[in-house]
Design a binder for this molecule. Structure first.
Ligand code: B12
Length: 224
């Protein structure tokens, strides 16, 4: 008897997801991108590829780094592989032609160069109907404040991956107060070391621990 075609398709996608996990973990950028393209062509859900293959691979990279099995060069090549794999996915997360829910300025705070999570959140916000102004990495509080003053944003999204750069979130919010623009915008924060408790402590309006809930929180704080 012939195999059930649905089961064959699913098992092939599952196999590709395993291969994608390994390619990101081992920092094989070209392979990671090619596997992603193949999985998409076979009907894989783009969000699932991110959540169940790429992010777990980066988590394992972090674990190996902590265990002194990986060092900065390995982090870099894995990050590059994740970025390459995200290329074909990004346009699929982004809907076009819808009226923007709001305009958000997103950036990784001063002193911090991690941008994979920030980019994912940015892409998901775009997919959720936001207009996104990406300020990049190592963004000073002055730059965030300038975006509020000059770019008409009504939401600021701050990302930090280092415990040492989390205080930049606090100083950005304080800078907004000092310059009289805090009332004009909502602020949401996130990144691996950030917590709901920290968000409350520094007076942010919202916190999320992943890119999908970032969209829900963004809409909630804006009452959209
Ligand atoms: C890749 C990586 C790097 C790459 C970054 C490349 C890049 N372009 O981003 C490089 C090699 C550059 C790097 C450098 C360093 N890194 Co590093 N890095 C990582 C690693 C392995 C993965 C991060 C990642 O991309 N995760 C995947 C993404 C998808 O997850 P995420 O960022 O958490 O984002 C999700 C959520 O947090 C949330 N989110 C993120 N931002 C936002 C924002 C908002 C508004 C919201 C709502 C949600 C949200 O949604 C995202 C999607 O679901 C982590 C380990 C880890 N487990 O986090 C260490 C890690 C963050 N790095 C660490 C360290 C120590 C460093 C260095 C200091 C190393 C060194 N000795 O030089 C430098 C610092 C450089 C600097 N000034 O920033 C430590 C931080 C320890 C700490 N507690 O502070 C970690 C935790 C590793 C470890 N376990 O020790 N790193």
């Amino acid at each position: 008897m012939l195999d059930n075609p649905v089961r064959v398709l699913n098992s092939s996608i599952l196999q590709l997801m395993k291969e994608l996990y390994t390619a990101v973990l081992e920092g094989k950028a070209k392979e990671a991108k090619a596997i992603t393209e193949k999985a998409l062509a076979e009907g894989a859900n783009p969000q699932k590829l991110v959540d169940e293959a790429m992010i777990p691979a980066m988590a394992e990279v972090g674990r190996r780094f902590e265990a002194n099995e990986y060092f900065v060069p390995e982090l870099l090549i894995s990050a590059r592989a994740m970025k390459a794999a995200l290329e074909p996915i990004r346009p699929l997360l982004v809907k076009s032609g819808v009226k923007p829910v709001g305009r958000v300025a997103i950036g990784t705070v001063k002193g911090d160069l991690h941008d994979i999570g920030k980019n994912l959140v940015g892409a998901m916000l775009e997919g959720g109907g936001f207009e996104v102004v990406d300020l990049g990495v190592d963004v000073s509080s002055d730059k965030f404040i300038a975006a509020v003053k000059e770019k008409g944003v009504n939401l600021v999204a701050l990302s930090a991956l280092l415990t040492t750069t989390m205080p930049s979130m606090k100083s950005t919010i304080e800078g907004m107060k000092a310059q009289g623009v805090r009332e004009n915008v909502k602020v949401i924060i996130g990144g691996a070391p950030v917590t709901q408790q920290y968000a409350e402590e520094i007076g942010a309006d919202g916190y999320a621990d992943n890119a999908s809930s970032a969209v829900t929180v963004a809409k909630k704080v804006l009452g959209a």
